[in-house]
Design a protein around this ligand. Structure first.
Ligand code: IPE
Ligand code: MG
Length: 224
């Protein structure tokens, strides 16, 4: 969800104004998922690198996340979204973590769309945390080193219960991955679009999903 800051700057407003406008776009996109055939949606809300921003912006974002979860919990649940969070919760404040845990529990039986919110998430950080736990299992004898392979490692990732992404959409004209789902996106299709996140609509989402449907995915093989 990139481009909130520039969207606000273009309007002569503080960056947090853009973050608030960005947060308001989420519901429409989530609720359009069943119509466009998306069962799993993952949104990148805050990266492990975003702590480098000013204290004002970081504090504003954290308070926005708390407000967003408190305000949207009911609508998300009524819509039938099953919400999960990925990322390292250790650095997040206890009040926010409680809201995240409660929303996961509240929505755990829901099935209309699986919404994953990446919060204090970084692909490298995730792989490092996974490797640490994997190493602990080896040290305690629960896992044999010779059993570590491409199937084993992802079981330790935050995304262990989620399928790999088919399509990754990056808004705001930047053509980089910025540490998002590094392991999981090995064969993802990418869309880099100029739209700033607060201007992203369900119509554009539908168009990108339809265009994805026309792509020829071979996963390194040859079409037969
Ligand atoms: C939102 O967009 C992403 C978040 C970290 C919340 P940005 O804040 O990165 O917006 P730009 O890139 O400065 O426009
Ligand atoms: Mg940005």
């Amino acid at each position: 969800m990139d481009g909130n800051g520039r969207w606000a700057t273009q309007r002569g407003r503080p960056r947090l104004f853009g973050h608030r406008a960005g947060a308001k776009r989420v519901r429409e996109v989530v609720e359009s998922c069943p119509d466009v055939g998306v069962e799993y949606l993952t949104i990148f809300a805050f990266s492990t690198e975003n702590w480098r921003r000013t204290q004002t912006e970081v504090a504003g974002l954290m308070s926005l996340f708390r407000m967003y979860i408190s305000r949207e919990a009911r609508a998300l649940d009524e819509f039938g979204a099953r919400v999960r969070f990925i990322g390292d919760r250790v650095k997040l404040d206890a009040k926010l973590v409680k809201l995240m845990d409660d929303l996961e529990v509240l929505t755990q039986e829901n099935t209309s769309v699986h919404l994953t919110i990446a919060l204090n998430y970084g692909g490298r950080d995730e792989v490092a945390r996974a490797t640490k736990r994997l190493a602990q299992d080896v040290a305690t004898g629960n896992l044999k080193p010779e059993d570590v392979d491409e199937e084993t490692l992802p079981k330790y990732l935050d995304t262990c219960v989620l399928p790999d992404p088919d399509l990754v959409i990056r808004t705001s004209g930047e053509a980089r991955i910025s540490n998002f789902l590094l392991w999981q996106s090995a064969y993802a299709e990418y869309e880099f679009i100029d739209t700033l996140w607060p201007d992203f609509t369900k119509e554009e989402f539908a168009r990108l999903c339809a265009s994805y449907g026309g792509r020829d995915r071979r996963f390194g093989g040859v079409k037969t």
